[in-house]
Design a protein around this ligand. Sequence first.
Ligand code: FNR
Length: 340
Amino acid sequence: MASEPVNVSEFEALAKKALPKMYFDFYAGGAEDEYTLKDNEEAYQRITIRPRVLVDVSRIDTSTSILGYPISSPIMVAPSALHQLANPEGELATARASAASNTIMILSFSSSYNVEEVAASCDAVRFFQLYVYRGRHIAANLVERAERSGYKAIVLTVDCPRLGRREADIRNRMIVPKLKNVEGFVSNDVDAGGGSNLEAYANSTFDPTLSWKDVAWLKSITSLPILLKGILTHEDALKAVEVGAAGVIVSNHGARGKIPVIVDGGVRRGTDVFKALALGAQAVLVGRPIIYGLAAKGEQGVKQVIQMLKDEFELTMALAGCTSLKDITRSHVRTDRDRF
Ligand code: FNR
């Protein structure tokens, strides 16, 4: 029997073995030369921790809350598309594992199970991620159904007016098969022209006119708080506050503001979680590792990935002399911008 994975990266290797190359590359790949993909992970390695010693760390509390909802640690599940390509149970398994881990899953708009099915899979606090298609009616319909099914926030992804060029998908002629849910991915309706149907699909369906004023439109159709995902600059974070966003999700850059900041991209270790919090994040999202856990071992694999990150985070807190999240401060890390 193959040995048990002891860290999140080893789940990636297991997922690679478990999945057809085309699907693994879809999950693992990034845009163009993939510099940012590599740097998302490497950026954490350039930040060092400044631990404090001789602190009583016999009790460590990793818990926190997001928008008032308690979670067992600041590690949340990022919205990612098409979990059914990784495991037949798809988002239902991810939802159950997230609930068992006492954390919040953000369900992707491009989920392979629909909002009601995921809501019925288990009792938990969940958020719903939204892409806005041309015409807006699909988005409006899904927001209304998500609210009715008990989702607690809408996460509007704002960095995707068009899909980045994922060259692995083009090379592999990645075609998304017909899955159960036709709402977030009507792939078979798109003529792939002999290439990957992803790019053709996204570019013919995503609404490229979406702009800041549409946050008001979204607010007019839902009473749920709205988080903006994909903010990368201080300028846009301030605009998010102005238009009344309840929070922002930054890709790989810590920031401080009047509303919660959640960070994602490249989180692979508990030390990364600690560093993100020290730089001002309230929580992190984890994307690919969740899918790798799902591909390798289904629901159990997702639980293990979350648990590993949480255990590593708890150990980092102990070694850094922090017993609760409020103890983690900017002075607990050094970045290449700091002189000391
Ligand atoms: C994503 N991401 C994403 N984001 C979103 O808002 N809606 C979506 O449907 C998807 N789908 C998706 C699919 C796949 C395969 C990946 C890898 C990513 C982005 C995701 O929410 C998150 O920002 C990143 O995955 C975080 O980076 P890491 O943890 O994967 O490095």
